[in-house]
Design a protein around this ligand. Structure first.
Ligand code: URA
Length: 253
């Protein structure tokens, strides 16, 4: 990263945090932030080492984020994202659960283990792809209450700029959104999954496939639902021009 880009990133990060943390001056206007963002190098011009540097600068910034004070005080740590900074394929979930909050890595609980299997069946590993959530903090639960809750639209809107920045840096060829809540956070639309999945959408010009969240498959263990997710993943592989074996074509047939 050039000295200029490094200074720009640090300035932008500090101003964005200031803007997110308080309604009072001093804080940068949205127009000034947009002007600063506009002089960033375009993502497809970023060399691989710049992607690594930008993501690690961002990760440090996210770790100190106080935009949602209730989440900043309840989280064990932020859960930034994991995988290949130059991935062609990026998966997007909704928010860390208890296990992710504990380990600091997305999709490591039961749903995560299923996602890892799906990624493997596609011919990738977790190191080839990139995995992140709309929300970087675990949604807080009332004291002593187990389980997870859905992130609120406000929480997702506050955190979305981080995901957008990750997508811009990584520049994947294809995005996969897992479940209706991730879609709501990303596209601000609420539609039944039956209407959304299995066809191409886009997020800021990157092709976006929508499919069921792996936790839905854990609750509905029948092959019909598994096959739907697999069909969506075959569309993704075709779009990425990846070879598809007969065995892969016939999973769940
Ligand atoms: N569910 C998600 O949406 N994200 C995670 O990281 C874990 C479970």
């Amino acid at each position: 990263m050039s000295e200029f880009t490094e200074a720009l990133e640090m300035t932008l990060g500090a101003l964005e945090n200031l803007r997110g943390a308080s309604d009072h001056p001093p804080r940068a206007s949205r127009a000034s932030l947009a002007r600063l963002r506009a002089v960033r190098p375009a993502p497809n011009e970023l060399a691989d080492e710049n992607k690594v540097a930008r993501l690690s600068e961002m990760e440090a910034r996210v770790a100190g984020c106080l935009k949602c004070p209730h989440l900043a005080s309840s989280r064990t740590q932020t859960v930034f994202g994991v995988g290949n900074p130059t991935a062609e394929l990026m998966f997007i979930g909704e928010a860390p659960g208890a296990e992710e909050d504990r380990q600091g890595e997305p999709f490591v609980g039961r749903a995560g283990q299923l996602l890892t299997k799906i990624i493997g069946a596609m011919g990738y590993s977790r190191d080839h792809v990139y995995i992140a959530n709309v929300l970087k903090c675990r949604p807080d639960m009332p004291a002593g209450q187990p389980g997870n809750r859905k992130p609120t639209p406000d929480e997702m809107a506050t955190c979305l700029p981080y995901l957008t920045e990750q997508i811009e840096i990584i520049g994947p060829k294809v995005l996969v959104a897992l479940g209706a809540t991730a879609v709501e956070g990303l596209l601000q639309i609420r539609e039944p999954m039956g209407k959304l999945r299995g066809r191409w959408h886009s997020y800021r010009e990157t092709p976006l496939m929508i499919t069921f969240h792996p936790s839905y498959l854990l609750r509905n263990q029948n092959n019909t639902e598994k096959r739907k997710v697999w069909e969506d993943m075959l569309l993704v592989l075709e779009r990425l021009e990846r070879p598809i074996s007969e065995k892969q074509r016939n999973f769940f047939r």
